[in-house]
Design a protein around this ligand. Sequence first.
Ligand SMILES: [Zn+2]
Length: 295
Amino acid sequence: MRNRAIRHTPDHSLQPTHYGLRRSHDHSSASHDGAGRERSLIRALILGFAIAAPLALIVLWPHAPLAGAGLVALSHMLLLYPTLRPNVQWLGPVITHFATSRNEVWLTIDDGPTDDTRAVLDLFDRHDVKATFFVKGVLAEQHIDVVQEMLTRGHTVANHTHAHPSGSFWCSPPGRVASEIDACNRAIATAAGTAPRWFRAPVGMKNFTVHPTLARRGMRLIGWTARGFDAVRSDPREILARILPHLCPGAIIVLHQGREHSLRVLEYVIIALKERGYALVIPEDAQLQTRAAQI
Ligand SMILES: [Zn+2]
């Protein structure tokens, strides 16, 4: 099971993946290309400004307090915007799509494993779908057999934090960010035999400590091209309508499991994608792409 390779690309120069994990760290950092350097500079400027702004406030306070307060507010906004906007990359790289010359997309399923996982796997088998499950560590711990079944049935498993603190992960200190990532990695490793290399933040919000924490672990932050907002909506037509404008070869699509409507939504979206000629595949790590400084 551990050596099972999931191949959907004719590029035989690529090494097999192990549940989304590559042993080597090729392509793990964009810091060697122009976009990576630009991103590093933007990050340094934002963090530097965040440190300098309070000092400026102290200096300006006797003469121009409003200007000082304005600088502090601006520095906070420059930190908050890329934190709260999932695909904005000012503070570090976010994977937003994958390179392909084929009509194929990557379906990613968040928040499992849940009671409907086996039904989701059956649905995928019926429609010849391969997908990646971004699981919660606390659930993976409780359902190791289900995680293993995801893998044996040809899918990949990735990290979606341990407890999924969607309301607070974005403002968590470095220690909590690391423990959320590490605990989920341990849960997945228990089931899979190896830790994953892909991570998605709860609701996509990631503060400036997430990027270096992932980089130290050789992990990559996965965003998306299209999301259906099916965690808060249930009408399959409405969810599909939110995805279709962003649909293109190499798109990353986010849907969820564990909701009352999840199976219905998944089947509706999968059929619609297939009708448009798309295969649902898992990309190789080397295919994953970022968009520099995307707003
Ligand atoms: Zn989630």
